[in-house]
Design a protein around this ligand. Structure first.
Ligand code: AMP
Ligand code: MG
Length: 336
């Protein structure tokens, strides 16, 4: 199979929608990261997503809709807090877990009796879902374990020969996956942090918790709220090590550990001693979210063996960046 990349024109979105209606898998741009899109209600189409990614079958898929009307048949109920969150943050980078109806196959929900629902804001994603006429299951369009794709080229690099078509909708504005929320009455548990931050959620309710799996390593044997958290994630080939400390201590550590294949991921170029190869990933959480996965993929292209990354803040969008980087680093962090 050869994989085509087509621009997000109406005609090409129609071609993509036809493939989805036939049970195929298509690369789809969204505002968070690129997704592998298939009919969420068709178990054999959904199986093709798992095969293309090499994703473990117990890791559930998020179901994407193009308007709130599409949600009702997919769930047993839409809790009042979900309605409030939807009003405030949809369309946008937020996924809400709800009790699933029988319409959603177990293949899509990874065997769980809940389903994660998201209404994306990216125009091409919304149009593709609308034209397909079905809710769309779409995990990140990377090979399982690799950094998520934020451009059509990233998707091609991982999926060439595995899917028929990628729709190119430009670089993703957000750059990290959606915030995933579990609701219980008026309390919110953040299972995966994203661009919708804990601080913003606190404007809706005082009752916001961050799940243990967000910042800690969870073993395969542990029962976790979000199955995706237990798998190796976002990893480039290089050994990533996070260095937590001041600019001065970062610069000193790097200068004492230079060697062939050692590269740096600083906030800005001036953090790094002269002569050490680096790809800066920005100072604000938003900028870092936008650049993180592209930087991690670039280090592979440059043949990096070790990458010393500066440690992002845990505030605002920074928590999402920190969560991804911790996993990319296999939780290797040095406090300087
Ligand atoms: P991805 O498909 O790569 O964006 O990853 C989706 C993430 O959302 C994974 O970490 C899943 O474990 C999580 N997720 C999706 N659906 C559910 C659900 N029903 N319950 C808990 N976590 C979910
Ligand atoms: Mg993913």
């Amino acid at each position: 199979m050869t994989t085509k990349i087509l621009e997000a024109t109406e005609q090409n979105l129609l071609t993509a929608a036809e493939l989805i209606k036939k049970g195929e898998v298509v690369g789809m741009p969204t505002e968070t990261v690129y997704g592998l899109a298939a009919n969420a209600l068709d178990p054999s189409a959904v199986k093709k997503i798992f095969e293309a990614k090499g994703r473990p079958m117990d890791n559930p898929l998020i179901v994407h809709v193009s308007d709130t009307e599409m949600i009702r048949p997919l769930v047993k109920e839409i809790p009042p807090l979900a309605q409030e969150l939807a009003k405030r943050f949809w369309p946008g980078p937020l996924t809400i877990i709800m009790p699933k109806s029988d319409l959603v196959p177990m293949e899509t929900s990874g065997g769980l009796d809940t389903v994660g629902i998201r209404f994306p804001s990216h125009k091409a994603a919304r149009e593709l879902i609308r034209l397909s006429g079905v809710p769309i299951a779409a995990p990140s369009a990377n090979l399982s374990g690799s950094p998520s794709p934020t451009t059509a080229q990233h998707v091609f690099d991982d999926m060439n020969g595995r899917i028929p078509l990628i729709i190119d909708g430009g670089a993703c504005a957000v750059g990290v996956e959606s915030s995933v929320l579990l609701l219980n009455g008026d309390s919110i548990t953040v299972l995966r942090p994203g661009m919708i931050s804990v601080e913003e959620l606190l404007e809706i309710t005082d009752n916001v918790k961050v799940d243990k799996g967000v910042l800690e390593m969870v073993s395969n044997a542990e029962k976790v709220m979000s199955p995706g958290m237990k798998y190796k994630h976002y990893s480039p080939k290089a050994d990533v090590i996070i260095l937590s400390g001041s600019t001065q201590s970062y610069r000193r550590y790097v200068s004492e550990h230079t060697a062939d294949g050692v590269m740096c991921m600083p906030f800005e170029k001036s953090d790094v001693p002269d002569g050490v190869k680096c790809i800066p990933f920005g100072k604000s959480g938003e900028e870092q979210a936008h650049l993180l996965f592209d930087c991690l993929r670039e280090f592979d292209k440059l043949g990096a063996k070790t990458v010393y990354a500066r440690c992002p803040s845990r505030n605002g969008a920074g928590l999402a960046v920190y969560n991804r980087l911790l996993r990319a680093a296999g939780f290797k962090i040095i406090f300087l």
